[in-house]
Design a protein around this ligand. Sequence first.
Ligand code: CMC
Length: 392
Amino acid sequence: TGRVALDIGFVNTASCTSEITYIDGDAGVLRYRGYPIDQLAGQASFLEVSYLLIYGELPTADQLEAFDQRIRRHTLLHEDLKQFFNGFPRDAHPMPVLSSAVSALSTFYQDSLDPFSPEQVELSTVRLLAKLPTIAAYAYKKSVGQPMLYPDNSLGLVENFLRMTFGFPAEPYEADPELVKALDMLFVLHADHEQNCSTSTVRLVGSSHANLFASVSAGINALFGPLHGGANQSVLEMLEAIKRDGGDIPRFVERVKNKEPGVKLMGFGHRVYKNYDPRAAIVKQTADTVLSKLGGNNELLDLARQLEEIALSDDYFIERKLYPNVDFYTGLIYRAMGFPVRMFTVLFALGRVPGWIAQWREMIEDPATKIGRPRQVYTGPAERSFLEIAQR
Ligand code: CMC
């Protein structure tokens, strides 16, 4: 009705109201359900934060225990779903493998198709949280040609994932507690970020009353793009390219400023933050400690630090308020942990899944929700008459 406002990329348009996550981009503030991110990171576990995002309050000890037990019981994949992994090419990127397997969950759990059954939504929630780490580990094992490991439900979510990723059958695997702690904290930092591209995708797909698995599968595909979650992979590739080029940072920065096609300072800039991304500040602090403990590549970390310093004192970046975002330093930590570059965005997805679930549930429960259907401003030809093929 009336005139349609053009807002390419939804820069100024809110698509929903939400009680989940608050961002003040000018001040660099991020809160989940009112709790500042710097209080949650390091103090609350990923499971606690998942509970907080999905159910609205931090769990009591009993609630957390019950939640943990439910998730542990659902980590196995259907044996037939396992077959999927053999069908993909060996060198497949694990992100499309992940989204395909999540999409396939709808076929194994057809009871999930009704988005208005609270019991089914609850079951899908637990299934998704529990199975995504197993799917991610299988995707990894497939890519390196190693045997897949069944989940060990005596372990917590992060330990179980690390064991399924880095362990071998019939060999004991004990995850380094430092590694578990650091990965858990990184998952907390990624757990939600209000209406970003993948979350908006989850809500948009869900607004047609598609089920949770279909909606999250679409979200994973949105996250794959290098301007979104794929940036963590791109940052490491960028740092390696600079290193190959003799570590010539000023030359690289010049290329960025000259807007050479395809050359951006990856891991910098954000639609909402016009200040230091509070998550990046925490990751930067952690990178140092984690890398020294896990023996990571300090050469690339030094390069990243210098790159940040040069960029932050350059007018191009100052004028545009471009600061490091969450993806700038995470890749260095993931690599020190032993993950190949292609798994970085999968790790982002593992962290983001409680946010997607919380947002999808809020959308489906909100009586104000309508099917997402943006308008357009038509710029094509005015009416014209059809010509027979011989006359064209
Ligand atoms: N390097 C160089 N220039 C940049 C960058 C960058 N990383 N980011 C923005 N700019 C410039 C852009 O060219 C534009 O300049 P001008 O005004 O001269 O045309 C200005 O800054 C404003 O940028 P924009 O593209 O209008 O901003 P946006 O809000 O549409 O895009 C962004 C946000 C995150 C897609 C963008 O900053 C970007 O591409 N960054 C690199 C990729 C990246 O790190 N993505 C991760 C985002 S954070 C977590 C996540 O979602 O995964």
